[in-house]
Ligand binder design. Structure first.
Ligand SMILES: [Zn+2]
Length: 289
């Protein structure tokens, strides 16, 4: 207690100070609460962001896997480059990719122009049409795999056998894959299935004989399509096989004289599976070169 006025004033001042102190403590408490609420909110926001981001990554991964597992069947096949942009991530092992990138493959769609090849029994469908359709689908698949491939024709033009081999030699191709369709020469409509033709000549690659290539290609095509496996056949009288110096093979992908095979060849899904089988065979052969 102070007896004078000044003392009383002092008490008031002290009272005010105590009041301010309490007020200040209240303010500090409020500030801490505010900071605590902000911190919790921030943590919650970070947690929600992480969960959302994680889900997005999972979705994009699933999309890539799905795209790899199911190449589109029966859709437009014209835009090979466009498709490569859509599916930049291709799941093949690095060794396979390196091997594929270094090598060159020549894809030869058999016949063309006035050389129509064989035909269906009613002569409405010609071999040259289906070899080209399969080659175009194969072009898309090869693009997705990042394999360097060249095509002896991409339209209905006449290319001589000599020119086809010359192109492959000029490119110093590592493989020459010639696509054809079969037909029974004796009017047998029951003959069906796939076969591959090879020459006994030596190739410029010691680790890959023509016969080995023919076997790989047949196995992979049959595995993909489920068509009948007829076998690998040695044929020495065929120009393309005789004059190529790299491993070369003729693929007979089905019989146009057989209704079941013809229906398979005519369907987009059938053409796609044949192309996929050829692509798988090429990838396997390149890994073994
Ligand atoms: Zn042919």
């Amino acid at each position: 207690m102070f007896e004078n006025d000044l003392g009383i004033v002092e008490i008031v001042i002290l009272g005010n100070r105590n009041f301010r102190k309490v007020q200040s403590e209240k303010m500090e408490l409020k500030e801490w609460r505010r900071l605590a609420v902000q911190s919790v909110s921030l943590l919650l926001a970070v947690f929600v962001c992480c969960v959302c981001f994680g889900e997005q990554i999972q979705e994009s991964t699933e999309h890539v896997v799905h795209a790899e597992a199911a190449p589109q069947v029966g859709t437009d096949i014209g835009g090979a480059d466009k498709n490569q942009e859509v599916l930049p991530e291709i799941d093949i092992n690095e060794a396979g990719q390196d091997a594929a990138e270094e090598k060159i493959v020549v894809i030869d769609a058999g016949h063309g122009g006035m050389d129509e090849g064989t035909s269906s029994r009613n002569q409405k469908h010609y071999e040259k049409e289906y070899t080209l359709l399969i080659a175009k689908r194969l072009q898309k698949l090869m693009g997705e795999r990042g394999i360097r491939a060249y095509y002896t024709r991409m339209d209905d033009s006449l290319v001589t056998k000599k020119e086809r081999v010359k192109q492959a030699k000029k490119l110093e191709a590592d493989l020459l894959i010639s696509i054809h369709c079969n037909a029974s020469s004796i009017g047998d409509t029951t003959a069906n299935g796939m076969e591959t033709l090879y020459s006994a000549r030596k190739t410029d690659n010691a680790s890959m004989t023509n016969k080995k290539l023919a076997q790989i290609m047949l196995d992979e095509m049959v595995k993909e399509t489920g068509l009948r496996k007829r076998g690998v056949i040695k044929r020495d009288g065929l120009y393309v096989l005789n004059h190529a110096d790299m491993p070369a093979v003729i693929l007979e992908v089905g019989y146009m004289s057989n209704n079941k095979d013809l229906n398979y060849l005519r369907k987009a899904g059938g053409q796609q599976k044949i192309a996929q089988g050829i692509c798988n065979g090429i990838v396997k052969a390149l890994e073994e070169l």
